[in-house]
Design a binder for this molecule. Structure first.
Ligand code: G3I
Length: 371
């Protein structure tokens, strides 16, 4: 065995030993490929495991492509289906990058999610001005119809509206003061789902949100406002699911009972729940890789044991799969010491980290779902 492999296994063993004191019944860290994949572990429990990917990574990185196929049964474009990507020039819609990912999913027998039709970020520069003119509603509707219509039933489920809640804007029902809210009022949300339902009557429609995971006042306000919105949309038959982005932060206060109650309240609305963008921000964790990896894995495990313990949760999607493709190395989320984030299950070399094994253990421990 090469000294490099020995060293890697030694570090992995050290990581495991330092983590074992933090977590019970964790599988000893191994880089062997004979372990059951995250995909197979999830499917055994009636769940699915997937990841967010970019067209660039899928086209330019064959090893990463193989890692996606090995561990995932579903993918989601991290950018290519957004308004800013598709129609940077008004009236000139370009779907080619998104089509790369849809075609990859078909060829690889993976499902693919749609993300996201209406979001206050990543909008083309021309949109705010055009929405404000008398034809704004037609532009809004055209965008949703064209994007959802282009992909049709090749999309397993859609995040029609993303991140519409922001209590800090102090608007009724905690809604975000986005350009959509300013121009159309709160009704833009229902309108978006009405249009989506008309275009794709059989496709599950989701509302996707972040900042509902922790036990501080900000998260409590977001949870309350999000449940209020979900109730309103569900009552009108406009949504089928709720996406909890699950962007975790080592060191933030997580209250298992509080979060479990939130999941139960969402499940009581008869919504499917997905963990849609899971990753771990490790800016508060020590620089040392083995200590940091153990802290990340422990934090993730505590969250996932609660989340996957709720049977309404049907899937876990990580936002990049490998540290090679995390969004967390850019400001304002990058670590102060400039070291790269380690919040994905595979490291920069696509090797399984302690976090991979923590996810595997949480999947193995999850109650079996009937689909
Ligand atoms: O790949 C191109 C590159 O060729 C080009 O030179 C460069 C020039 O700007 O852009 C590169 O594309 C970037 C793309 O990420 C890479 O995948 C886009 O600029 C950049 O805007 C895009 O950012 C994405 C961001 O959403 C905005 O769409 C991030 O990857 C993605 O992780 C992030 O994801 C969001 C979710 O949709 C919603 N929840 C929060 C989450 C994190 O912000």
């Amino acid at each position: 065995m090469s000294s490099r492999t020995t060293r890697r296994r030694l570090i992995a063993a050290m990581a495991a030993s330092s983590m074992l004191s933090l977590m019970d019944n964790v599988r000893a860290v191994s880089t062997d490929n004979d372990l059951p994949s995250l995909r197979s572990r999830a499917e055994r429990r009636g769940l699915f495991f997937g990841c967010g990917v970019s067209a660039h990574a899928i086209q330019a990185d064959p090893q990463f492509r193989a890692a996606v196929i090995a561990d995932c049964s579903e993918i989601v474009p991290t950018a290519e289906m957004k308004w800013g990507w598709i129609e940077s020039r008004q009236g000139h819609e370009v779907f080619s990058d998104a089509d790369v990912l849809v075609d990859f999913s078909t060829q690889s027998k993976l499902k693919i999610r749609g993300h996201t039709a209406i979001w206050h970020q990543n909008l083309p520069n021309w949109v705010p001005m055009v929405l404000k003119d008398q034809n704004g509603a037609a532009t809004f509707e055209r965008h949703i119809r064209n994007v959802l219509g282009h992909f049709g039933d090749r999309i397993a489920s859609w995040d029609v509206v993303n991140e519409a809640i922001w209590p800090q804007d102090r608007l009724p029902e905690g809604l975000r003061n986005s350009i959509f809210q300013q121009v159309f009022g709160p009704k833009y949300i229902e309108r978006a789902y009405e249009i989506a339902r008309a275009v794709l009557p059989k496709t599950p429609l989701f509302y996707n949100e972040f900042g509902v995971e922790y036990n501080d006042r900000f998260h409590a306000e977001k949870r309350a406002a999000t449940l209020q919105l979900l109730t309103r949309l569900k009552r009108r038959g406009l949504i089928d699911g709720f996406g909890i982005q699950s962007h975790l932060h080592v060191g933030w206060g997580f209250d298992a009972k509080l979060f479990q109650q939130f999941l139960s309240d969402a499940a009581d609305l008869e919504l499917k729940i997905l963990l849609t963008e899971f990753d771990v921000n490790d800016a508060n964790a020590p620089a040392d890789f083995s200590v940091r990896d153990a802290a990340i894995a422990d934090h993730a495990r505590r969250y996932l044991d609660v989340a996957l313990g709720e049977k309404a949760v049907k899937g876990l999607i990580v936002w990049g799969l490998s540290d090679r493709y995390t969004w967390l190395n850019a400001p304002p989320y990058a670590r102060p010491d400039g070291l790269p984030n380690r919040g994905q299950p595979l490291d920069q070399n696509l090797q399984r980290k302690v976090l991979w094994h923590a996810i595997a253990s949480s999947l193995d421990a999850a109650p079996v779902r009937n689909q």
